[in-house]
Unconditional design. Structure first.
Length: 154
């Protein structure tokens, strides 16, 4: 009888303590993020990359991020990757700021890029993958967008 209880306790613990490996990916990208994910995939395609969110198991979510960061690429042992965006930052951001943030995080999650803190002329950050920890200025706007994206998808 004792071995019967040991088996029940073992099964209960193994079901209750699952890790991410049994997560079923459902292409969870919030509607307000989807436009930027789609734009990223289009820009990638124009530069020779093929991005498939479902195959890559990349999704997005809004969260309260407790660090100074406003976005994060979270990677799980199973290979699933989630872009977490601070919802307060998102709500007060412009379209261009949102695109920059999503593209930066997808640079980590989809392109597996690290931060690049190199500085160009006049103290301009040369990459959208800048960490924000150095003193260069990020001048991401409609006039500089194409050059930043060309660098992103090298």
């Amino acid at each position: 009888m004792r071995s019967y209880w040991i088996i029940i306790v073992y099964l209960a613990l193994s079901v209750g303590c699952s890790d991410d490996s049994d997560y079923v990916y459902e292409n969870e990208i919030p509607d307000s993020m989807r436009t930027y994910f789609d734009s990223f995939a289009l820009e990638a395609s124009e530069r020779g990359w093929s991005i498939n969110w479902e195959a890559e198991r990349i999704s997005g979510s809004f969260d309260d991020i407790d660090t100074d960061a406003v976005g994060q690429c979270e990677t799980y042992d199973s290979g699933r990757r989630v872009i977490n965006i601070d919802k307060t930052y998102w709500e007060r951001s412009s379209d261009m700021q949102r695109e920059f943030l999503i593209f930066h995080e997808l640079g980590h999650c989809a392109l597996k890029r690290d931060h690049l803190n190199d500085t160009g002329a006049a103290g301009k950050c040369i990459s959208i993958m800048n960490s924000g920890e150095n003193l260069c200025s990020i001048r991401y706007n409609s006039a500089t967008r194409s050059a930043y994206l060309d660098e992103l998808f090298l």
